[in-house]
Design a protein. Structure first.
Length: 307
């Protein structure tokens, strides 16, 4: 009898410990009695009948995420891989349905995601898939909510986190993008060159205008100086024709003197003979005399025409 006492004590302790169990926070435990559902226990310390009740399973009440990768074809016949992330959780009031109605909820969710994505993406072109990825996510969420709520799951959010076209398509898209950017850059460069040409032309026009104004001012001052010189010569008894000829001859020799001071000058002045000055003077006197005669003849002819 003595050896059986320790055994009974040990068995009693084991049974006592087996009667208690603990459920973690954000977890639900399903209790079955003789293989039949009995109750759902939330977080905390709980008691069950040993050898009669058992913990059939535990369900996490936290938000879980399932990543699904789908390969499908777009409207413009481009194969693309989409990564859809589904965030879901077990509804507290439907723990029984979540545990007993579905063995593999992840597989069920994956099937619905495949079905929706392969129904939506073939309606869009590749560019629209990138632009309307939120619409795809909303369509997946709506379909999953309708289907999975009966099984005790709530779909929190669906996200299209990655869109991966075929490698050759990505290379072509990058080339198109690069070509567009080069086109824009060329347009900007052309605009810059056009602005530069216009501004250069404006600057050159302004320079010519100022240069012409300077030449006009210079000639005006020269004429004023010549006029003053003629007046001075007239005061000493030299008439206008002789004064003009004298000034021209003087400027001719001043020019020769200036050329003689330049050692590296390649300018040749024609005519440059010693008789050039006197010949120039005679030609000018003759031209002035002829012009005066022509002027007088024109004056005498006008009264006759009036008569």
């Amino acid at each position: 009898m003595i050896p059986t006492v320790p055994i009974i004590i040990v068995l009693s302790v084991i049974i006592l410990f087996a009667a208690f169990f603990m459920v973690k926070q954000q977890t639900a435990a399903i209790i079955e009695r003789f293989g039949k559902f009995h109750s759902i226990r939330q977080s905390g310390l709980h008691l069950k009948i040993p050898l009669v009740d058992k913990v059939a399973g535990r369900l996490s009440l936290k938000i879980q995420q399932l990543d699904v990768i789908i390969e499908t074809k777009t409207l413009d016949d481009v194969f693309v891989k989409l990564k859809v992330s589904v965030q879901y959780k077990v509804i507290n009031e439907k723990v029984y349905d979540a545990f007993y109605k579905l063995d593999y909820p992840a597989d069920q969710i994956t099937s619905y995601v495949f079905d929706v994505v392969r129904a939506e993406v073939p309606k869009m072109k590749l560019d629209d898939v990138f632009v309307k990825k939120d619409d795809i996510a909303l369509a997946v969420k709506a379909e999953l909510n309708d289907a999975m709520s009966d099984y005790g799951f709530d779909i929190i959010r669906t996200l299209v986190t990655d869109i991966d076209p075929d490698h050759q398509v990505k290379i072509a898209m990058n080339r198109i993008n690069a070509s567009e950017r080069e086109k824009i850059a060329a347009q900007f460069e052309g605009d810059a060159q056009r602005i530069l040409i216009v501004e250069r032309a404006k600057a050159e026009a302004e320079s010519k205008r100022l240069q012409g104004q300077g030449i006009a001012d210079q000639r005006r001052e020269i004429a004023r100086g010549l006029e003053e010189s003629v007046e001075v010569l007239n005061k000493v008894g030299i008439n206008s024709q002789e004064a003009s000829a004298l000034i021209v001859v003087t400027q001719h020799y001043d020019t020769l003197q200036s050329l003689g001071q330049e050692t590296n000058s390649n300018l040749i002045l024609l005519p440059n003979s010693p008789q050039a000055g006197s010949q120039m003077l005679n030609d000018m006197v003759a031209s002035f005399t002829a012009s005066n005669q022509i002027g007088e003849a024109m004056k005498n002819q006008k009264p006759k025409e009036k008569e």
